[in-house]
Design a protein around this ligand. Sequence first.
Ligand SMILES: Nc1ncnc2c1ncn2[C@@H]1O[C@H](COP(=O)(O)OP(=O)(O)OP(=O)(O)O)[C@@H](O)[C@H]1O
Length: 588
Amino acid sequence: MFRLAVFLKPYKKETILGPVFKLLEAILELLLPTVVALIVNHGIGNGDTYYVLKMGGLMVIMSLLGFGSSLICQYYAARASQGFGTTLRNVLFKRVSAFSYAELDRFGTATLINRITNDVNQMQVAVAMLIRLVIRAPFICIGAILMSMLLDFRLSLVLLAATPVFAVFLYFIITKSAPLYRMYQKKLDRLAQVLSENLTGVRVIRAFAKRRAEKERFRAASDDITATAIRVGRVSALLSPATTLVVNAAIIAILWVGGIHINEGTLSSGEIIAFINYVTQILLALVVVSNLIILFTKAASSAARINEVLDTTASVTGPSSASGQAEPGKLPETKGSKPDSPAIVFDRVTFGYSATGDPALRDISVTIDRGETVGIIGATGSGKSTLINLIPRFYDAGSGRVLVNGADVKDYDLHELRGKIGVVPQKALLFTDTIADNIRWGNERASDEQVMRAAAIAQADEFISKLPEGYGTHVARGGLNLSGGQKQRLTIARAVAANPEILILDDASSALDFATDAALRRSIRESSGGMTVLLVSQRVNTIRQADKIIVLEDGRIAGIGTHDELIHSCEAYQEICNSQLSEEEATR
Ligand SMILES: Nc1ncnc2c1ncn2[C@@H]1O[C@H](COP(=O)(O)OP(=O)(O)OP(=O)(O)O)[C@@H](O)[C@H]1O
């Protein structure tokens, strides 16, 4: 947990001055019972009203000073904790943004969101409490014990005897609650996962009339977390009554022993009042300490979760380059890349999502020349998306090399590499902005003409022009106000607008009708201007005109060639064609 203290560095002043002011308040608070004892013994005992008023006035001033110190501490604590939380959240977000798909897959979205929000909040509260109470509460405890020792050493032995009893309670509660807090946070992640699946998949759930089942699933996750919360609550709830029990037992013992001393004439009534005051202060401070311990037990498990993210380094990083925000399509060439080399080469590439499971790609070797249009086809799960994900380094090949323009993708600066490649994913994702800005997302500097040209290539111009506000039409959250095919065409336009050297369409026209799909391929071919195009599809019609077709089967290459070559030589391709085309269509 203390590793995260580096994020408090910019708030050194607040972290030091906050506790100092709180200490001042605690000192004033500790002196008050002694002043009360003086008032009782000298003022009331001697009937000296002037003394009572003078000391009463002193008490008011001390209380006001204490109040002011407390306010200043509160202010510093708020500044430091909010600043700490903001910096930590930003650092975590930056770290997560740099994660490759492999790290994102490993953690999962729900837990990452919880770690950046919930866990950081938990740490933020812990920092505020650290500044406000961590010094004050133990100081009050120890100070009150010392002050009571000064008042009457024999009586204070009762307090010392109570200390180990309290320590045993504390130890029991911490060891029981810490694992429960860790479990609670894991279950919170699970709940967030179920909730997110339900909200994003609401249409599918309704279409399959699965609402009741999903409600049950949510209730089960929710009940599960409640059960853990109750268990942890039961354990931690013991702490306050246990503290009160120990301290009240001490008070009874003090009254008993004190009574004997008063009878013997060795203790004044003012001293016993001050003594009880100190014991009450100790009680309150101990309740605070015990709550702090619970808070820090929670914060420790949050800190461990945060540190896990901070300790995870992105597996996909590139050598740094000074290319910065270069214009898309005009990025500097990486060392090793040659103008006359093929656009993409897979050189004996093998890749698996996990080190132990079956590889998703095995021994893939293929060369794709610049300006070629290449179709990638295969049954579902055969590895098509995995193959293309290795080109922009969404994942890194386990063995073998992937070359772009003759240079290993690992030698590229990531920004430079991805600037060369336009990827249109299977699932169309749009942002809440205008249609024009969504297309411009791939190239912020694109002029209106370039945006319209990209839309025309993607066969999107016609439907856009029919919208009431044309290119200025606002895309609703998640593209709700557009059809599946319209969304796909906009994501294609977005990739085209970036003017990439390599355009990858990962089953990106699956929602288009045959005529639009054909028109799209024609316009990409006509206006590609030397662009290398990779078309991933399960539809033979989408890829049959390609210069080269790669057929994948169970992660291996089953054939490479044109449609005419493969229809005679590749069994896997023949099977796909047989399932989709008539004999006449296949050989036409
Ligand atoms: N993120 C992932 N983590 C683990 N396994 C994965 C992941 N993505 C894909 N796989 C597995 O890798 C294999 C290849 O998947 P891939 O998505 O590349 O197939 P595909 O040919 O593109 O399929 P489709 O046509 O259905 O999109 C499959 O067995 C799949 O289960």
